[in-house]
Design a protein around this ligand. Structure first.
Ligand SMILES: *Cc1c(COP(=O)(O)O)cnc(C)c1O
Length: 436
């Protein structure tokens, strides 16, 4: 019974006072036990905590301190004080452990990589920037094979062929609009092939006589040249894990056809790229995640600096990533709204309708959509109020403005996207616009 190492879980629990997600405490405990020195777990966990983006007090006398986020930010009038004053510097590019220059890609990026099961991740300004940087850094001057069924326009004029042209890579189209087979890709492989690009169709569906190659099938393509082909998957909407461990129940039906970062990487993609403000539920950002050597090649490319996000975005993205690791649904507003049971929405609608007591206001079931060019055709069962007459202009003129849908001469207020705390505001507005 002497000197048996503690279990990973017990050791992680002994560090609970450090206020880190349990998953990170487990990492620290594992590292310490593997090193044969369980006592070092606390130091490991403290290093993880010190690497997070946080407010710091700047006593260097350097007003625009590059490592500390350059210009300080004013937080007057917010409750966002974090134990420092309202003038805010941060450790944006400062390593608190060594006192040396740090990287803005260490905080949120490493947490997101952890949550997606990736070796490393890099954050840029949006999903379009992520795919542009990945293709430019890994394939400029070489060939990129892509299915004709995936030469999509995402929206706002962002077209995959144009991005490939801008990257300086040569696009090799294979297959047809509706059907592309693994053999089409293998026939196109040459020593010039840098990567095979898989693009999620995101905002439309081809149905009927269709075929496409999966990432797992593409990852078994024969090697072409010394380092290829790499499979890069633009999964688009940023579902981190198809098993949705941050939700209390099973994965919702409407994510069924959506590729997830963790499963796409384990199927053999070298990199995935995705958006921060679609299903990830964070601020506008783009993420490149996967093999460390490839993420580093992207980070070293000159374009990376032009596409890098600011400290405000990284701060918000770190909050999102910590919420995933903590399985804290309340800090993931997209997911908490998307998973409210319909029965709860019906109950709120009934309360509103009862309080209003107007014949023109009734409770009705309706359908919400994920939106944002993600998960096309998928609906989430919902409930809300139907108000006779088109009152949408009057609701927009309310303070705060309320945006509702007009349908068949009626106004539809879908409660799925309304915070329950705003129900009384909605009630007053509906009372006013329907009053005589
Ligand atoms: C949305 C999307 C993008 C672009 O992401 P943004 O964050 O909007 O720039 C790229 N690829 C796919 C497949 C997408 O769905």
């Amino acid at each position: 019974m002497s000197n048996r190492p503690p279990s990973v879980d017990a050791l992680a629990r002994s560090l609970a006072d450090l206020d880190l997600p349990h998953a990170l405490l487990v990492d620290a405990a594992r590292t310490a036990i593997a090193a044969g020195d369980p006592a070092s777990a606390r130091g490991e966990a403290e290093a993880l905590a010190a690497a997070l983006l946080r407010p710091v007090i700047n006593a260097t006398g350097v007003l625009l301190h590059t490592n500390l986020g350059r210009a300080p930010r004013a937080t007057h009038g917010t409750d966002d004080t974090h134990g420092t004053g309202p003038v805010r510097y941060s450790n944006l590019e400062f390593d608190l452990a060594t006192g040396r220059r740090g990287s803005r890609q260490r905080h949120a990026a490493s947490l997101l990589a952890r949550a997606a099961g990736a070796e490393a991740a890099l954050i840029v300004n949006n999903g379009a920037a992520a795919i542009l940087l990945a293709v430019t850094a890994l394939a400029a001057g070489r060939e990129v094979i892509v299915s004709r069924g995936e030469l999509v326009e995402i929206g706002g004029g962002f077209r995959v062929p144009d991005v490939l042209a801008a990257s300086g890579a040569r696009m090799i189209e294979v297959g047809t609009t509706n059907r592309t087979a693994v053999a089409d890709y293998s026939a196109a492989l040459t020593a010039e092939t840098a990567l095979v690009l898989k693009v999620h169709q995101s905002n439309y569906r081809i149905v009927g006589f269709t075929a496409s190659a999966t990432v797992a099938e593409l990852s078994r393509l024969p090697p072409a040249g010394p380092d290829g082909p790499l499979i890069v998957a633009d999964i688009g909407s940023g579902l981190l894990d198809a098993t949705t461990p941050w939700l209390p129940g099973p994965p919702p039906a409407w994510i069924r056809d959506e590729p997830a970062a963790r499963q796409t990487l384990s199927a053999g993609a070298a990199l995935v790229t995705f958006s921060g403000d679609k299903l990830l539920g964070g601020p506008q950002a783009g993420i490149i995640a996967g093999r460390r050597d490839l993420v580093e090649r992207c980070a070293r490319h000159p374009l990376a600096r032009a596409l890098r996000p600011g400290g405000l975005v990284l701060d918000a993205l770190q909050t999102t990533a910590l919420a995933y690791l903590r399985r804290d649904l309340t800090a993931l507003p997209f997911w908490s709204l998307a998973t409210i049971p319909v029965s709860e929405l019906r109950r709120r609608a009934q309360t509103l309708a009862t309080n209003l007591a107007r014949t023109e206001v009734t409770v009705a079931d309706c359908a919400s959509v994920p939106g944002g060019g993600s998960v096309p055709g998928m609906e989430i069962p919902s409930a809300g109020l139907v108000v006779a007459g088109d009152h949408t202009a009057a609701l927009r003129a309310w303070w705060p403005p309320i945006v509702a849908r007009a349908h068949d001469g009626a106004t539809i207020c879908d409660l799925r996207t309304v915070d329950a705390a705003d129900d009384p505001v909605l009630g007053s507005a509906l009372g006013a616009v329907t009053g005589t």
